[in-house]
Write a protein that binds this ligand. Structure first.
Ligand SMILES: Nc1ncnc2c1ncn2[C@@H]1O[C@H](COP(=O)(O)OP(=O)(O)OP(=O)(O)O)[C@@H](O)[C@H]1O
Ligand SMILES: [Mg+2]
Length: 538
């Protein structure tokens, strides 16, 4: 239509005027720009005469005048056409193409099927209903059929509902400039808000505030998947991080950028220990991901465990158990994305994820729903692939940037340390802290089982003299535990084992050393000094 309009008036007189955005209804035979031609074709109602023309390129004075320089005429001829085509190109580049769309053909359980679209796995789309829009993620495909997983409920979906891809929003920086087009697959993943304004806020897995402190300013966003970088470019772990817990600081020293697992059954004190670390750590920022836990616990964790002190420099992402499995996965990814943002700003971040097991369970729900066969204990293979993908995002950044020190809780149901998720997590993490129900039963908090716990990078962080005291502590503690029954029934004869004699004397002080009140802070240096004092000659 636009071309016909242009051709139809090709020989009208006049000169090109205005810019791309100067589209005006034509008056008095004035010449239009390319923009006017297209705008006229697309937007001007049919009764409005569209009389736009390309430029009149005849030399000044007219063809038959016989006057004027032919060379000057030729130059002006080509430049007018060039301008005309340039305008055309700009106008076309600015057009919004018609969005492709497909439609829903099937919904079974959690999974929906759509046809008519070609979208990469991991991208998002919107399902349009008469009064509602449901967001969903592409989790797989088979032939022409896309498998979609809704972010929330499938309630209200109708057969044939229109499915439209959601392009990631362009990132607006403060200067208002558009960033270059995204080309990598990770960049096509869903983008959620990041920035300093998140500090002190509680968000859900879709980046919406749960704390009624107002909407987030829409300044910056980041993709939920990261661009992985060369492992050789990662800064190494060489500085200890103060977590404010004596037993960990001194005996299981954690380095900046280390990823630790906190293994325990239910009700053994995981949340309290994580809260203590969040409150008392020397890290600049704490990001807490509460994934798949009870809804009641979210409020408790924020009010009672984290408190005002911890909350001021924390961001909490909460996706409790009643949210969709996709939302729970997204919550874990979002918490990691926020931690990555602060790391890239040069901050030392403590990332706390409660729990990694619930993350794995959410992936199991999705994978089974799209037809993946279960393998170990009902967990399909993709679960074991997703765990390292999440965990590897934590750690140190490139040389010169900040760090993400991460603690992931792992549920060992029935205190079974051989659970497949626990087993897999132990293999991919840089150390594990085991909480023991036996200690809880004795009223020993935090219930850290020193014998079963290990920090794999401690030997690179602590000086040799510190390491040798740690060895001595562990050896003596374990020796006492092995002979505990003998001692308690009075079967041990003092003097028959000099090491055990020493352990019997030291044990009450060692036990006291390992205990710590919920609201008691132990800085790193004090923890090490107290450990040395245990073995100092009287
Ligand atoms: N350091 C501590 N000092 C005193 N009491 C503690 C301490 N740590 C934990 N507790 C007690 O243990 C209880 C359970 O702790 P917590 O809620 O942290 O367990 P959990 O492992 O997170 O449980 P769940 O598996 O249900 O999430 C707390 O309510 C608290 O009474
Ligand atoms: Mg808990």
């Amino acid at each position: 239509m636009a071309i016909l309009a242009a051709e139809g008036s090709l020989h009208s007189s006049g000169a090109p005027t205005g810019g791309v955005n100067s589209a005006q209804p034509l008056a008095g035979g004035g010449l239009p720009t390319f923009g006017v031609l297209l705008a006229g074709a697309a937007e001007v109602p049919l009764q409005t005469p569209v009389r736009g023309t390309p430029p009149d390129t005849r030399p000044a004075g007219g063809l038959g005048a016989g006057s004027g320089a032919p060379l000057a005429g030729a130059t002006s001829h080509s430049s007018k056409w060039q301008n005309f085509l340039k305008e055309g190109r700009e106008y076309v580049a600015d057009c919004n193409p018609m969005p492709p769309s497909g439609h829903l053909t099937k919904v079974t359980g959690l999974v929906m099927e759509a046809v008519g679209l070609k979208m990469p796995v991991g991208s998002t789309c919107a399902i349009h209903l008469p009064n509602n829009v449901v967001e969903a993620e592409v989790v797989g495909f088979s032939g022409e059929r896309l498998f979609l997983m809704p972010e929330n409920d499938v309630y209200g979906l109708v057969p044939g509902a229109r499915v439209i891809p959601i392009e990631p929003v362009h990132v607006l920086t403060l200067g208002g400039k558009r960033k270059p087009k995204r080309r990598r697959v990770a960049d096509r993943a869903k983008h959620l808000p990041v920035g300093n304004m998140l500090l002190g806020r509680v968000l859900d897995g879709a980046g919406k505030p749960l704390d009624k402190l107002g909407m987030l300013p829409d300044l910056e966003s980041a993709p939920l998947q990261n661009r992985s970088f060369n492992p050789l470019e990662r800064a190494s772990i060489d500085t200890a991080l103060d977590v404010g817990v004596r037993a960990i600081n001194s005996l299981l020293t954690v380095g900046r950028g280390q990823r630790m697992g906190l293994f325990s059954g239910s009700g053994v004190g995981k949340s309290v220990l994580l809260g203590m670390m969040a409150r008392y750590t020397s890290a600049d920022i704490t990001v807490v991901g509460l994934i798949g836990e009870r809804g009641r616990e979210v409020k408790e964790f924020i009010n009672d465990i984290l408190g005002k002190e911890g909350m001021a420099r924390s961001v909490v992402v909460a996706t409790p158990a009643d949210t969709s499995p996709l939302m729970r996965l997204q919550g874990a990814a979002y918490a990691t994305t926020i931690a990555e943002y602060f790391r890239d700003q040069g901050k030392n971040v403590l990332l706390i994820m409660d729990s990694l097991t619930r993350f794995a369970m959410a992936q199991r729900e999705i994978a089974l729903a799209v037809g993946e066969p279960p393998a170990t204990k009902g967990y399909p293979p993709s679960v074991f692939a997703k765990l390292p993908q999440l965990v590897e995002r934590a750690g140190n950044g490139l040389e010169g940037s900040g760090s993400i020190t991460a603690f992931y809780t792992v549920l060992t149901e029935g205190d079974d340390q051989q659970d497949p998720i626990a087993d897999s997590a132990r293999a991919i993490l840089d150390g594990h802290i085991v909480l023991s129900r036996r200690l809880v039963e004795q009223g020993h908090y935090p219930a850290i089982d020193i014998e079963a716990s290990i920090s794999r990078v401690m030997s690179r962080l602590a000086p040799p003299e510190h390491l040798s005291v740690v060895q001595r502590f562990k050896h003596m503690y374990a020796h006492y535990q092995r002979n505990r029954d003998l001692i308690s029934v009075g079967a041990y004869v003092s003097g028959s084992d000099p090491l055990l004699d020493e352990a019997i004397v030291l044990y009450p002080r060692m036990e006291q050393f390992l205990k710590q009140g919920m609201f008691q802070r132990e800085p790193y240096q004090d923890s090490v000094t107290q450990l040395n004092a245990l073995f100092a000659p009287a």
